[in-house]
Design a protein around this ligand. Structure first.
Ligand SMILES: *[C@@H]1O[C@H](CO)[C@@H](O)[C@H](O)[C@H]1NC(C)=O
Ligand SMILES: *[C@@H]1O[C@H](CO)[C@@H](O)[C@H](O)[C@H]1NC(C)=O
Ligand SMILES: *[C@@H]1O[C@H](CO)[C@@H](O)[C@H](O)[C@H]1NC(C)=O
Ligand SMILES: *[C@@H]1O[C@H](CO)[C@@H](O)[C@H](O)[C@H]1NC(C)=O
Ligand SMILES: *[C@@H]1O[C@H](CO)[C@@H](O)[C@H](O)[C@H]1NC(C)=O
Ligand SMILES: *[C@@H]1O[C@H](CO)[C@@H](O)[C@H](O)[C@H]1NC(C)=O
Ligand SMILES: *[C@@H]1O[C@H](CO)[C@@H](O)[C@H](O)[C@H]1NC(C)=O
Ligand SMILES: *[C@@H]1O[C@H](CO)[C@@H](O)[C@H](O)[C@H]1NC(C)=O
Length: 397
């Protein structure tokens, strides 16, 4: 027997479900945001939402917007929602910590000289909390380079910086084992506390991998074997797989071919690079200065190459496939109700989240230089043909 109370609750919640469903339809159908083309934006995943902020489109941008990954959508038409227009940040790096996005890098405009650290709390007020170097304490030199005159010697300020998110202060680690500096490389934190440095200008060998051990603050090197053709590159992205055993890189610039759009996978136990040709239709873009975010075995590649293209790579079960539609994954198909799938979502989020959180302390402070005007002319968008075997641009005569 149902008590009157229970049946009231049931019908009441069905009623609100109907209203919520209508609202969602309305939101999906009508009031989506259309972000303009850009590159060098930052992305952060927090509690089912993939946030984007800023970037550069020949001047720097300041829009904060997101896609909710609880809903299905087509890659050709992502349901972006605008949250706020903030200070412009053209050339930064970011990590997520709990409900905050922490951003460090060149400020306001490409010519700006300040290098504040800014924090956006996404559960209260999408305003910027600006952390400035007011007392001349330890603070890394400016990241983000404004023109093509960068050279190896001018870039290396000789130290690894770590930002403490609790005390809001920087620490410096000046190790004698530090390798030469990299520019536009990637820095990927693994659960064992290592940060894996891949590619970058001035460090063209894709096989040569520098590893920073956050437990000992020491550097080491690995020389990876390469299976197939994996170009040296910079301006690419690197994503740790869900099982923490591999890193997937995508796109970037290369000296050996004008632009690249290939996927390669680094096996972190054997240090072997393998070139991968995913199933599905290859995105019509040569991505660089884009973002890559892993969620539930999907990697969302977004923007870059002065585009607003979103490409989705499904990496579940070691099967790589470009997909045109995104369907939220529920790992337990027998999940009887929505509260179960919410739980699954939270578990998965905490896996992804913790990678990002561990990464926070160091990745944000590593010498991440970005020079988005170097090689700016190398833009290969959808109109260029490329060879699927070699991933090279086919030069039309
Ligand atoms: C860059 O974005 C702004 C809007 O923030 C727009 O007015 C401008 O036309 C864009 N510039 C280019 C080159 O697309
Ligand atoms: C995705 O695209 C297909 C085919 O164009 C369309 O039928 C479908 O409604 C779209 N789905 C969403 C969620 O936009
Ligand atoms: C973000 O703001 C909310 C609401 O003010 C607060 O509860 C939360 O602790 C803040 N997040 C962090 C990481 O401080
Ligand atoms: C929201 O941000 C604005 C601008 O920084 C600030 O003035 C205001 O106090 C904030 N409100 C809350 C509730 O934190
Ligand atoms: C490029 O960088 C050099 C070295 O920092 C500086 O002297 C020069 O003024 C810069 N040029 C432009 C156009 O920003
Ligand atoms: C790191 O060490 C080098 C070499 O001793 C020195 O030139 C540099 O100033 C140091 N940097 C910091 C931030 O302590
Ligand atoms: C991957 O690493 C994260 C962070 O340490 C951990 O929570 C997760 O369980 C690991 N995943 C696997 C499959 O081992
Ligand atoms: C990495 O390589 C080792 C040795 O070839 C292999 O046993 C392992 O399965 C590989 N790992 C992945 C994730 O492919």
């Amino acid at each position: 027997m149902h008590s009157p109370n229970t049946s009231f609750l049931v019908s009441n919640s069905m009623h609100s479900f109907g209203i919520i469903a209508l609202l969602i339809l309305f939101i999906n159908g009508c009031i989506c945001y259309s972000p303009i083309e850009r590159e060098n934006e930052v992305a952060a995943f927090i509690s089912s939402k993939l946030y984007f902020y800023g970037g550069w489109n020949l001047s720097s941008l300041g829009d904060l917007f997101y896609i909710d990954l609880k809903q299905q959508f087509n890659a050709s038409d992502p349901p972006f929602q605008l949250l706020a227009m903030l200070e412009h940040k053209g050339d930064s790096s970011a990590v997520a910590y709990k409900d905050e996005i922490i951003i460090f890098g060149l400020d306001e405009s490409q010519g700006g000289s300040s290098n504040d650290l800014i924090i956006i709390n996404v559960t209260s007020n999408y305003s910027l909390n600006i952390v400035e170097n007011t007392d001349n304490s330890i603070w890394p030199s400016q990241r983000g380079i404004t023109n093509g005159s960068a050279s190896n010697s001018t870039l290396n300020d000789g130290a690894m910086y770590k930002f403490d998110i609790l005390s809001y202060s920087w620490e410096v680690y000046n190790s004698s084992t530090q390798p030469i500096c990299r520019v536009q490389h990637t820095a990927t934190m693994t659960p064992d506390g290592n940060i894996i440095m891949i590619g970058g200008l001035f460090n063209p060998e894709i096989a040569q991998i520098d590893i920073y051990d956050t437990k000992t603050n020491q550097w080491s090197q690995k020389n990876a074997n390469i299976i197939g053709r994996v170009y040296a590159r910079w301006g690419h992205t690197a994503t740790l797989t869900t099982n923490n055993q591999s890193i997937i890189i995508y796109g970037g610039h290369s000296n050996s071919t004008p632009s690249i759009a290939d996927i390669a996978v680094l096996n972190l136990s054997a240090y072997i690079w393998t070139s991968i040709t995913p199933f599905g239709e290859k995105p019509k873009i040569f991505p660089f200065h884009h973002t890559a975010t892993l969620y539930n075995d999907y990697i969302f590649f977004a923007f870059g190459s002065m585009s607003n293209i979103v490409s989705i790579l499904d990496i579940s079960n070691g099967h790589y496939e470009w997909v045109t539609s995104y369907y939220p994954r529920v790992s337990n198909l027998n999940a009887p109700n929505s509260s179960n799938s919410i739980n699954i979502g939270i578990v998965v989020e905490s896996i992804v989240g913790s990678i990002i959180v561990v990464g926070l302390l160091i990745i944000i402070s590593y010498l991440i230089y970005s020079n988005n005007k170097l090689k700016k002319e190398n833009k290969y968008l959808g109109t260029h043909r490329y060879n699927d075997e070699t991933n090279e641009v086919v030069n039309d005569k």
